[in-house]
Design a protein around this ligand. Sequence first.
Ligand code: ADQ
Length: 414
Amino acid sequence: MAPKKVLAVVLAGGEGKRLMPLTADRAKPAVPFAGSYRLIDFALSNLVNSGYLQIVVLTQYKSHSLDRHISETWRMSTQLQQYIASVPAQQRRGKSWFLGSANAIYQSLNLIHDAQPDIVVVIGADHVYRMDFEQMVDAHVKSGASVSVAAVRQPMNLVDQFGVIEVDQDNPGRIKAFVEKPATTPGLPDDPNSFLASMGNYVFTREALLQALEDDAARLDTKHDMGGDIIPYFVERNDAAVYDFTTNDIPGATDRDRQYWRDVGTMDSYYDANMDLISPLPLFNLYNLQWPIYTRQSVSPPAKFVRSASGRSGEAHDSIVSAGVVVSGGAVQTSILATDVFIDEAAEVTGSVLLDKVTVGRGAVVRRAIIDKNVRIPEGAQIGVDAELDRRRGFSVTDSGLTIVSKGQVVAPS
Ligand code: ADQ
């Protein structure tokens, strides 16, 4: 098969409302993950590892830290026609900002016209997984359809969070029906407790995408959404193929992480995906260097665990500890510490995710909490110990009992 010219479009403009307050001040794809990564690093690493080096990232909502991360981490040689360009909403088609994900691409059609690709790969920016898009592009070309939608099984309780795919039983490569975030759906024939979810990753033949976007833009009864409008447009024309994620093969994949894909769209799923990484047998393998996940390299010094002045040892168990962390006489258990976190003497941090530059003062206690960047927890303060107290102090507490302290919140001494 002759190689196809591929342009990748990464949709990174969504608000990520369900990840509030972590997204109060940053776009969802810029949310930190696993100590030193941002969510978008997974999508971009997958594209780069697939050999696709012409990438535009469409941004809109609170994009400053996302733009900064992309320009600091993902610079490439424009002279070699390789680029990862962050492209903000610019009102190129009238006076509105991006109305929906399809409108984001419609308003950025100049990028597709400039690059003249055969194939446009469109993916979201907020999932944790490994995937070789070249395999999906090959399958797409073989299918003869105008679009292919990547699909993965999900448990029935998540049905209202995804686009649901019904495969054509007479022609298993084709999508017979596609419904965006329905309240219910029948289960799969071989597993009534699962349904087939769209991963929000699509491969389009260029001309078909351009036509669909023009037709969508001319309609009044559309939300200009990829999952809600553009994919159903192709399904109605019997022109959409399904790509089975379980057939995607990554070098170095283990049995456990071969089919790992997580939408870390809620605080609980974000927390669980972080905690998976420090479980005895993590489902996702960060250490597969045959398919590396790239991120910004910190200039901070290595992590250290030291005795405090009064002689108490600093220690961390079952935890991820990033560069620049200092645990000085405190104790850390089953936690993720991002760059430059400081844990003072006799402090206890358990089952928590601490983002960059958090400091935990002497004797403070932090349990089952997510603490956003730069928050200072003063000496003796307690977080995650008394949910009512946490709520009264203005912190968010999820139904499952996770306390979230957001950027800029001041924690008063207890
Ligand atoms: P959602 O993720 O809920 O569902 P959406 O909010 O449109 O859909 O976000 C998709 C991607 O587009 C995200 O990466 C988001 O950041 C980005 N995005 C959203 N609005 C945007 C805008 N105005 N400009 C630029 N980017 C924007 C989608 C599909 C479902 C599928 C799930 C899988 O619609 O069918 O099942 O992804 O998680």
